[in-house]
Design a protein around this ligand. Structure first.
Ligand code: OGA
Ligand code: MN
Length: 236
């Protein structure tokens, strides 16, 4: 009996090993994508990659999303602001912070960690940590034009958004509008399944136009360490 249990544990360990190896191989296969994103950021400060995560990470995150109870999605705040009325004037989406408690979330966080490593290696951005949440825009929900970070006021350096909406149509609205520093529209982007957007948080104002159907995404921010005077810098 003890032997059987030991064997069982061994088999489990083996499959966990295999799973890690599989995840590593998957991440390795993204090397050229990481390079392309790094090049885009170096050249213009943003990167738009349609379809890039559509065959593996996006489907896994979508499946995970379906397991999360809607009650865990809470009205989003703006920065450290707590005035709910003002918040709802600016944005009406609901969010659920990721804690990495599923394979899908861990894979996404690992993918972002790899991207972080490449960005630091090539562009010396000094990115130190990453935080990410699921977001749900119900019909009519929006997020008015904003910056994710204000110069000198935050430690969010780079924003990333991944869209999880199959078959998004033009009449479904909910586009991300990305502006340059002169407030000219750079692009208006449909939140289509597997599309990834990355941009410098302080440099690109952006907004989410009202969605005409449920709109799901994952958003995240790479941060620099703003710890000082022995005080640990808390995320968010
Ligand atoms: C955000 C944001 C954009 C999007 O969460 O800060 O701007 O397209 N999201 O969901
Ligand atoms: Mn934003």
């Amino acid at each position: 009996m003890a032997d059987v249990i030991a064997l069982g544990a061994n088999a489990l360990e083996l499959s966990a090993d295999k799973a890690i190896k599989f995840a590593d191989q998957l991440l390795d296969s993204y090397d050229s994508v990481f390079s392309a994103i790094v090049d885009d950021i170096a050249e213009k400060g943003y990167s738009i990659r349609p379809n890039v995560l559509a065959s593996d990470i996006a489907p896994q995150l979508s499946e995970r999303l379906q397991q999360i109870s809607p009650s865990l999605f809470k009205p989003a705040g703006i920065g450290r602001e707590s005035d709910q009325h003002r918040n709802r004037f600016v944005r009406t989406d609901d969010i659920c912070w990721m804690k990495g408690d599923s394979d899908a979330e861990r894979l996404w966080l690992k993918w972002c960690e790899r991207l972080q490593t490449q960005l630091n290696r090539s562009l010396f951005l000094g990115l130190f940590s990453f935080e990410s949440h699921f977001a749900h825009y119900a019909e009519g929900d929006f997020y008015k034009k904003h910056l994710d970070a204000f110069k000198g006021n935050t430690n969010r350096v780079l924003s990333v958004v991944l869209y999880l909406n199959p078959n998004w149509l033009p009449e479904n609205g909910g586009e991300l509008v990305l502006y340059d520093q002169q407030d000219s529209v750079i692009t208006k982007l449909s939140p289509s399944f597997g599309t990834l957007v990355v941009f410098l948080s302080e440099d690109f104002p952006h907004e989410v136009l009202p969605a005409q159907r449920d709109r799901f995404s994952v958003a995240g921010w790479f941060r620099v360490n703003a710890s000082s005077a022995g005080k640990v810098d808390p995320p968010r």
